[in-house]
Design a protein around this ligand. Sequence first.
Ligand code: PAF
Length: 278
Amino acid sequence: MKIVRTKDDLRTLRRRWIFKGEKVAVVPTMGALHAGHLSLVEAAKASADRVIVTIFVNPKQFNNPDDLTGYPRTEDEDAAKLAPYGIDALYVPTPDQIYPDGFATNVRVSGLTEDLEGAHRPGHFDGVATVVSKLFLQSRADVAYFGQKDYQQLLLVSRLSRDLDIETEVVGCPTVREADGLAMSSRNVRLSATQRAIAPVLKAEMDRAAEAIRRGADRRVVLDTAKQQIENAGYDTVEYLELRDAETLAPVTDLSRPTRLLAAAMLGDVRLIDNIAV
Ligand code: PAF
């Protein structure tokens, strides 16, 4: 596995692969890799001749400076976790490779991003859209893999790729969960033992709510009860628990189209998000 730190070195590799007609996949990450990321790497390996994993802790997508400072930076451990997968390149750009002096461009995907995560994390999705555009253009990958856990992010990167005619196809992969249902996340390591025991309640209540809604129960009542149960179990606040159209994220009026239940909740100072199909 080659560790690449500049966009020029990445381009050189990419050109060599294009010349041989090889299909290239990219898995963008911010490091602190867990089984969820590794499932994306596996999917990428299965579909492409060459796989690039990127690690870049993107300052532009952190609306809270403490979150950026505290974000785990574990390049050596990440490289060791990737070693068995036989990827072709680990791209760990220095900040100037992504945001050179005078960088003045902001990519914003309207419509999909103002609500839900966007409402609670101002500027977050502009940061994601900007860095992902750069990573797509620098890697010129044929295909990119993202987890469904960040569902709104997945929709936004698919849209930006389409809107900007970037020739990187976006593929979403299922959320990987712990045995008790908790969605894998780099943030889980920040949970205390007590919080870790409470954390799975979020998904359990989401499952219960989705099932009740499928059976025709009153949606408002079901969602209010689920929120209450999550907070009663020890979560500090449920920021949102919403039923949305799976493609547009618009509030749903009926269940005839694919629907997603999305949630964000604070457990101490750890913010957990999840979503499931209804
Ligand atoms: O999901 C993430 O880890 C990040 O938001 C991403 C897509 C790598 C962009 O920085």
